[in-house]
Design a protein around this ligand. Structure first.
Ligand SMILES: Nc1ncnc2c1ncn2[C@@H]1O[C@H](COP(=O)(O)OP(=O)(O)OP(=O)(O)O)[C@@H](O)[C@H]1O
Length: 275
């Protein structure tokens, strides 16, 4: 249902600042696939998400959703079928509006333009039920300003709102990276539950290899604008974090482990190694 074909993107081409972000990336996702994307800094992970969301138009190559070529479709026109959760918990909701006002807007997303629906009793009950599933006590705080919530609560709310309209494609952009480990774990579990329940086609970028192995049914490792290798569901089951690093070193013998200089990654390596 999502096909990315030989996409290239170079920033500031032909100048001293030239940066090749994507150098021929191709991917095909079936309905309900949950792809996790890992890779070194500057590998092109965010650029591939931006290409899917329409934030960036590739230099060459195509992006198709079902049978429609959306390569040059502007971002706002993709909102009908696409939702995204960002790393920054402050990004997905409005701090000066209440929990229920934010949810009412999210409910309206992707529908025909019009006024945001009123907050009827039935709608409030729907919001309460959805919030209760987060198990954060937010169902009792419908009237609270979102700016008063913790980062973890806010990110869980963003995830809920992003999936309200059951988008065709869900993009997760390191959405647990800014949270403390406990909250990251909670949002990670909520992600797995919501994606499975709605059978959402999902692309998640993460620096945390352990999370990338745990979530989803497919994984790609990117490096220097290319897909270095790909794992299917069965291969993911048996793969370990040291195994991923080993694979990376084998395919990129010149590259140092320092390419992965993220603290979360080293935490997971330590856990796997048992020290
Ligand atoms: N808007 C931009 N303008 C100029 N260069 C950019 C822009 N966005 C990305 N790049 C460059 O493209 C390359 C790929 O960047 P990208 O952000 O996609 O990598 P990433 O894998 O998400 O990295 P990180 O893990 O550090 O976030 C990098 O060299 C980056 O500097």
């Amino acid at each position: 249902m999502l096909t990315i074909d030989n996409v290239h993107k170079t920033f500031f081409a032909g100048t001293v600042n030239e940066r090749r972000a994507l150098a021929g990336v191709s991917l095909t996702l079936q309905e309900g696939d949950f792809l996790t994307v890992i890779g070194s800094n500057g590998a092109g992970k965010s650029t591939i998400l931006n290409t899917i969301s329409g934030t960036l138009i590739p230099d060459t190559g195509t992006v198709r959703v079902d049978d429609t070529d959306v390569t040059r479709l502007p971002e706002h026109k993709r909102a009908r079928y696409l939702s995204r959760v960002f790393q920054d918990p402050m990004k997905g909701s409005s701090p000066t509006m209440t929990v229920e006002q934010n949810m009412a807007i999210a409910l309206q997303r992707g529908k025909k333009r019009g006024l945001v629906p009123g907050l009827t009793g039935a709608r409030r009950q729907l919001f309460r039920d959805k919030l209760a599933s987060l198990e954060l006590g937010l169902e009792n705080r419908l009237g609270a300003k979102v700016g008063l919530l913790s980062g973890g609560q806010r990110q869980a709310l963003s995830l809920l709102m992003a999936t309200f309209s059951e988008p065709r494609i869900l993009l997760l952009d390191e959405h647990t990276a800014a949270l403390d480990p406990q909250r990251a774990d909670l949002v990670s579990r909520l992600t797995a539950d919501i994606v499975a329940e709605q059978h959402l086609t999902t692309v998640m970028v993460t620096h945390n290899m352990e999370q990338a192995l745990r979530l989803g049914n497919r994984l790609i490792m990117m490096h220097e604008g290319r897909v270095l290798f790909e794992l299917d569901a069965a291969q993911k089951q048996t793969m370990t974090v040291p195994g991923l690093l080993e694979q990376f070193r084998r395919l990129q013998p010149g590259a140092e482990q320092g390419a992965f200089d993220d603290a979360t990654l080293f935490e997971s390596v330590k856990t796997e190694d048992g020290h």
